[in-house]
Design a protein around this ligand. Structure first.
Ligand SMILES: Cc1cc2nc3c(=O)[nH]c(=O)nc-3n(C[C@H](O)[C@H](O)[C@H](O)COP(=O)(O)O)c2cc1C
Length: 364
């Protein structure tokens, strides 16, 4: 049997297989960030993944960046998440909460008029979509040093709430040009306090947040996601190998539960701006904790990377959107449903909870 379907011992938490559902924003929470019953259905449908990682979940109002993204900073949000988690556990699944602060990647129109915040007053690049259409990113407000310390406390409090909700662990969203990534990479950080300048200073926020999550959960139950190759939202680092190498060594020394590394996708590679082409391969020798690889994997590629030992688990994103029973389909080499990108960020069940399982296809 392929190792993809073998169970994995994540520091005492047994995962049924090595297939992880990648974190994916689906914008089906309420306007004020409360998970819905529909979200419970969606995650429960996908509980046969060895591990589910939730969509990014803001740790504060300040970190709220995407319309109808869920939060983990109020009691009502925690209680609704508990409903999701209970459903996943009853279905035999495991679920981590991805904790997130958007930093500069947002817009005042969905933040009650407040500017987004960032390490420095440098606007993100690219497209931001409001219900009214595409807009440019605003120039964010640079956080005061004391406010950076408050961000760490927001993550700590969200980690506590995630524990109360019954999650199996938490993942820091340290990727894709959101707040901690903005501090890390020098293209978005021009600070002169202890959070800017040297690589040690730029990595400080990620490491302090990770330490706060570990205080609440213990290191075994804290994963960290990084995307060293990606130029999302105008991200850039003048020496990505050194910067990410340093951060990864530090996280490894903290014995985080896993590192979740995103590889560049085909569009990134075609753009010619990729900072690091083979992420897991480049950094594996620095890492002694489990590695989750992600982006562009199918069954064969996943089996190949597990066989080399470069990764211990593989996260699938879009394939899990369209195939709630992805492990079963891979096991049987069955055909996959086709994803519909127009409903990825939709409202309601269409393109969310209505992709059929193999059993439902057979019945139809
Ligand atoms: C609709 C959608 C939403 C996403 N939202 C998130 C997110 O909230 N957090 C995150 O870390 N990555 C997010 N991603 C990235 C995925 O986790 C994953 O890296 C990406 O889909 C590549 O994996 P794949 O090739 O298996 O789809 C999102 C991707 C998609 C398609």
């Amino acid at each position: 049997m392929s190792t993809l379907f073998e169970s994995f011992d994540l520091h005492g938490l047994t995962l049924a297989n090595r297939m992880v559902m990648a974190p994916m924003t689906r914008t089906r929470a309420t306007e004020d960030g409360v998970p819905t019953a529909l979200m419970r259905d969606y995650y429960v449908q996908r509980a046969s993944a060895g591990l589910l990682i939730t969509e990014c979940t803001q740790v504060s109002d300040q970190g709220h960046g995407i319309i109808r993204a869920p939060g983990m900073h109020r009691e009502d949000q925690m209680l609704s998440w508990r409903n999701v988690v209970d459903g996943v556990h009853a279905a035999g699944g495991r679920i981590y909460c991805q904790l997130w602060h958007c930093g500069r990647v947002s817009h005042p129109d969905i933040r009650g008029g407040e500017l987004p915040v960032a390490p420095s007053a440098i606007a993100a690049r690219g497209d931001f979509f409001l219900p009214s259409g595409r807009v440019d990113f605003p120039v964010p407000r640079a956080l005061e040093t004391i406010e950076v310390e408050a961000v760490v406390e927001d993550f700590r409090q969200a980690a506590r709430l995630a524990k109360e909700a019954g999650f199996d662990g938490v993942e820091l969203h340290g990727a894709f040009g959101y707040l901690t990534d903005q501090f890390l990479q020098d293209g978005s950080n021009q600070r002169t306090d202890r959070y800017g300048g040297s690589v040690e200073n730029r990595a400080r926020l990620t490491l302090e947040v990770t330490a706060a999550l570990i205080d609440v959960w213990g290191a075994d139950r804290v994963g960290v996601r990084l995307s060293p190759s990606s130029r999302f939202y105008g991200m850039f680092d003048s020496d990505a190998r050194t910067t990410f190498g340093y951060l990864i060594e530090q996280l490894n020394a903290m014995r985080v539960g896993y590192l979740h590394l995103r590889e560049p996708n085909a569009a990134d590679l075609a753009s010619g701006t990729v900072q690091i082409e083979h992420v897991a391969e480049t950094f594996r020798s620095l890492i002694t904790v489990p590695v989750i690889a992600n982006t562009g994997f199918d069954k064969a590629k996943a089996e190949a990377i597990l066989a080399t030992g470069t990764a211990d688990m593989v996260a699938f994103g879009v394939p899990f959107i369209a195939n709630p029973d992805l492990p079963e389909r891979f096991r049987l080499n069955a055909a996959l449903n086709k994803p519909d990108p127009t409903t990825f960020y939709g409202i309601g069940p269409v393109g969310y909870t209505d992709y059929p399982t193999l059993a439902e296809v057979a019945q139809a």
